[in-house]
Design a binder for this molecule. Sequence first.
Ligand code: HEM
Length: 496
Amino acid sequence: MDLFAWVGCVDTSSPLIFTVVFLCGIWLLGSSGGPSNWPPGPKSWSPIGTAKAFLSNDQMYLTMTELANKYGEIAHLRFGLHGHIVVLTGHKIIREAFVDKGEYFANRPTFYAEYTHKGKGILYAHGNDMKLLKRFTLKTLKDFGVGKSSLEEKMIEEVGFLMGEIDSKGGLPFYPKPLLANAVANIICSMAFGQRYDYDNEEFKQLLKSLLIATQNGGAKHIPACWLPTRLHFVLPQLWDVINADRKTKVFIRKCISEHRESFDEDSLRDLIDIYLKAEKDGEESGALTDANLFQVIADLFYAGSDTTSTSITWLLLYMIRNPDVQKRCREEIFQVIGQDRQPCLKDRGTLPYMEATLLEIHRLGSVLSTALTHTVSKPVKFRGYDLPEGTLVIPNLYQSHMDPEIWEDPFAIKPDRWLDENNKLKTNPAFMPFGVGCRMCIGETLARMQMFLFGTALLQRFEFRMVDADNPPTTEGLYGMSRVPYKYELLASAT
Ligand code: HEM
């Protein structure tokens, strides 16, 4: 449904209607609140505001880049009466806001999360409880297995299942995303619930379907919601999809948590849920570990950690089939260093510079969370000379930072060598921030990088991936939702 279609129905050529619309516009603008020195941006008399144009584009980060080209690295848009959006473009200004002045840009908008998250968990929460939960979850992820051999074994085992599924395609074309989503979600399931699921398990399939709907329809796509009073958000159809999908995801999680409660033994902690239950019982983290928060944190790990990583590997395979020379160099390096008799493991990190540089290129080119997750101003702040009131929505254009021709030569091309210095060592670049920066930065970076390495190297070691029709390469444009996903494509896989 086009939310704005009704505007076109008004015949503004009638003087009376024109006057009414004009006066309403002035009234609405006057009551839009906030300071008089907003950053520069388009002006509009429309009660809907100036954000409409930038939301009509599926690839919002491109429209945001155009906005920056016109108005500069900080630009302002208005949505309806109360929605003020500030768009930040360029790594310097993003770091200045989220790192140097992080405490002022630390909140999240609550709009649709009112229905799904209810201020609980990490992703769409803020305040002290969220900080305690985030710290606790980071520590638990670390203690429980990230970087440890037990988790590595699970990942290597899961890669084995994934490769079996790819083998079973018998060389016929297939779309890799669903298989990758199964495999990556199983890593979170192993960590959170202590078990993995077969790819044809109906309950698991339903969970993945719901996660996909929630992430594809989530993220900054919901900014129109700030045009409406909170209790009316439900009229947005894309919100309904998210709410329904979230409900189904939570049925699954609720069942797993209650099974854990029944079999809980504090002397034998099996997984993340057990660790939370123990900490909740012991009253750790000043009471932030409530039942509701536990439930939402597990859901958040699925939302934030499952689709992002499987999408990144889907980008990897897409760029590999489009660039067989890069794929060949990665494989030659893997064969040379590891051979073909064993699967890659984490100890191999640091020994495959070209492969690892390729993975960095994929994070840059894929820019999976291209506009991060929307922030809001947590307390009034003077920033770059502008007064930003509490509640202002802040969107960082990470995609532009990864594609800025001033920083990256030939930015749309995959060039792993750009990450290697003269000694074949990996280089960093301050404009590279696929996991965000500052206090709302991703907590899953280590886990995601582990998975990208183990999955990526094992797949390229075992299979050669090719395009189905070399004359019609699949596009590298992305579909925009909570994450930026490649358009559906098929590939061929043959054993090396
Ligand atoms: C390639 C994979 C991943 C990418 C590109 C990615 C990227 C990001 C980005 C850009 C943010 C938002 C930062 C901001 O709003 O400023 C974020 C937040 C978050 N990520 Fe990740 N992420 C990935 C994987 C994971 C994994 C595996 C987990 C956990 C299992 C995870 C958990 C989270 C959580 C909980 C947040 C919210 C942090 C907060 O609100 O304070 N992510 N991620």
